[in-house]
Design a protein around this ligand. Sequence first.
Ligand code: ADP
Ligand code: MG
Ligand code: MG
Length: 861
Amino acid sequence: MNEQLGRKGANLAEMAGLTLPVPPGFTITTSACRRFYEEGKKIHPLIEQEIYNALGLLEETTGRRFGHPENPLLVSVRSGSSTSMPGMMDTVLNLGMNDYTVSALAKQNRLTHFAYDSYRRFIQMFSSIVLGVDSDLFEDELEKTKEIAGVTQDSQLNNEQLLDLIVTFKDIVYQETGQKFPQDPRQQLLMSIGAIFGSWYNNRAMIYRRIHKIPNHIGTAVTIQQMVFGNLGPNSGTGIAFTRHPSTGDDNLFGEFMFNAQGEDIVAGIRTPHSLDILRQKLPAVYDEFEQVAIQLERHYHDVQDIEFTIEEGKLYILQTRSAKRTAEANIKIAVDMANEGLITKEEAMLRVDPASLSPLMQHTIDPEADLEVLGYGLEASTGAATGIIVFDAEEAERQHRTGHSVILVRQETTPEDIHGILASAGVLTTRGGVTSHAAVVARDLGTPSVVGCESFKVDMKQRQLITDSTVLHEGDMITICGSTGRVILGEVPLVPPKFSQEFRTLLSWANEYKTLEVHSSVNTPQEAELAARMGAEGVGLCRTELMFMDPERLPIVTQMILAPTKRDRRKALNKLIPMQKSDFCGIFRAMEGKPVTIRLLDPPLHEFLPNPSQLAIEIERARVAGDIELLTEKEALQKRISVLHELNPSFGHRGCRIGITYPEIYEIQTRAIAEAALQLKSQGILVYPNIIVPLVSDWREMKAVKENVTEALEQVFSVYRDRIDIPVGAFIELPRACMTADKMAQYADFFTFGTNDLTQSTYGFSRDDAEGKYLAYYLDHKILPENPFVVLDEEGVGQLITYSIQQGLMQNPNLRLGVCGDHTSEKNSVLFLQNTGLHFISCLPPRIPAARLAAAQAAI
Ligand code: ADP
Ligand code: MG
Ligand code: MG
């Protein structure tokens, strides 16, 4: 009943059903929350009555009464929605305390200190969450009292000092709200429930929902639960545990524990807790019991659990369980391990890993050989390395991020209010708190590298300095953090490419068993082709030839070619390029031995190969001043040519097959280089499967013209070499007209590759570079568009065009090969759609191949 009870409430009920030791309580549904908003933020009298009925039952079950002067019931009032939003909404503890019940609590537990301390905490928590009093007012008083008492820990205050503090706290409430601190527990309860319903729309919860795409209307449930106390002395305490390690996936109970503390103390990162070992040493029987519960919960939910528990005088209570947030690395290991253990199936294991989550694993890590100046060590909270400038608050993080800086957010501890800053940061470093602290949880969730609890460092917010053991760093200084080893390092550091874990490789091999789409890669150079082959590419789906032209050694020849006054001169320059292109093609064919390689003929407009006009103007001035007439003439000719080639709208300009048609010798020469390279390797016994693709065709007559040109060039090479090789010639489909005339296109094209990036641009008429920076963000925020169409394929428009052309194309030629190139090919929803259109292959950049393989497997399951 997640939707009605929220995750927390539903899981508490489920655990109670499993007869685990859960304190008794009841849950108010999310419908009641929605009703609360419908009624203009009021609890409906009928719901109020139901709450009192349930409270009556709770009193019966516990044998305690709300507000009873001798045997009072104290409860926690906890929020929880159907999608977990850790720490985003509020929880009130120790509710039911007042001037009378505090002495009952003192007597019952024979612990006056504990009772006063709980009351003091309750006033503070209730007043800030429910009454909206600034929490700092209480904190300041607390600090002052400690200073006067000459102690450093809250727990060192004596009874009298605590009592004084309670009086002061109540005064603050009166001054701030004009009301006395509410003494009636029922009133306290109703007010808290209202406040928790109200916290659904607080700022940080709204931001969290926006990032995680959680709908706004669902609302939160509220669970009322009998309090248990982890702060009753040395046999009490509180902890958070993961059934497996949330960073590495290691299959061992992992967690943190604090003696004599309440739950919030760990999460808030106020004290740095101990590892669970301390519990095993001091209270071994309780530890064993807890371990059994952990195993039971994991088996029950078939997933790693994140468990909150409290021990009251040696008795274990489970307060929460949920599926643990974890790093991508841990997620993979856990999924594969669980499948191997038989806890889940292979299919489930694959479906549990979001292809998008793989990108941090493709990141580089710190070179183990590098000479580093390590400033200190903290706890490994979220894996990966990050380099950036130090910033000390969330606002500054956002500001610097906006101006293009990579930032490391450095804080004593983070609070939920910092979330927008964490989002803007490449890494997070805190000096306090453990791996279950807020900073750590959020960073892991976002895949942001993080080191926490770096206790030997000090953050001085006044001077805006980070004081390490050896040096003092200022805002704007460069540091590097390594969330996999906990190291904090001065400056930038050398990085090395990623290594895949055994489990990752296993998962990808499973993906190959299941997927039906071929996964190809888009590469530009032989080196990239080698990388792609290592990542498991089954071919090259797109090899761009223009980057080969950009090589500084070749560029002068390319310039000559462009400037050539006659066809003869142009051919002369092009002939010089043949051996160079040929050697590149040979390298790529070799790396992809036995696999198809699709090479795209020249696509960009020619002016892209010419110098920048303002740079050129300066050079002309220099030549003029120096009186170098020869140089001047040359540069001026160049300038003239550039102005002739200048276009108002280059993306719709003289490019793609339009170049190949107006300068047929360019495509002819490229074709010769491809065919010669292929035949040369063939003669050495190396299997090659070259394909040629023609860019930016809009009309089938263009395709026809280029095909004839290419075929002629191929035949020439074949006759010279006295050997042949099959080289299909396909159309790169990136314009709507090409889609709409696919049947005619298929008469001349042996295959189609859809370029979804450009097809999206030309279908929407959006220029991607401008759109993403300008209106697209607004469109997404205001739900004008459901998704960024450059990230998730637009099925309604672009998808329809693809589907239509495939149908038309196959009608003309049932053997037509079909593929897609573009950023959509590793996004799971887009791949699912593409799978259903009946394509044969998808092609992506080398680092995205694992994601594409996994997405293809998921699409096939
Ligand atoms: P969150 O969603 O922020 O985790 P919770 O409702 O889980 O909020 O409450 C925060 C902490 O308060 C818990 O970790 C737990 O330790 C403590 N807590 C909640 N309810 C109780 C209770 N009935 N008895 C003792 N501690 C509690
Ligand atoms: Mg919390
Ligand atoms: Mg909790």
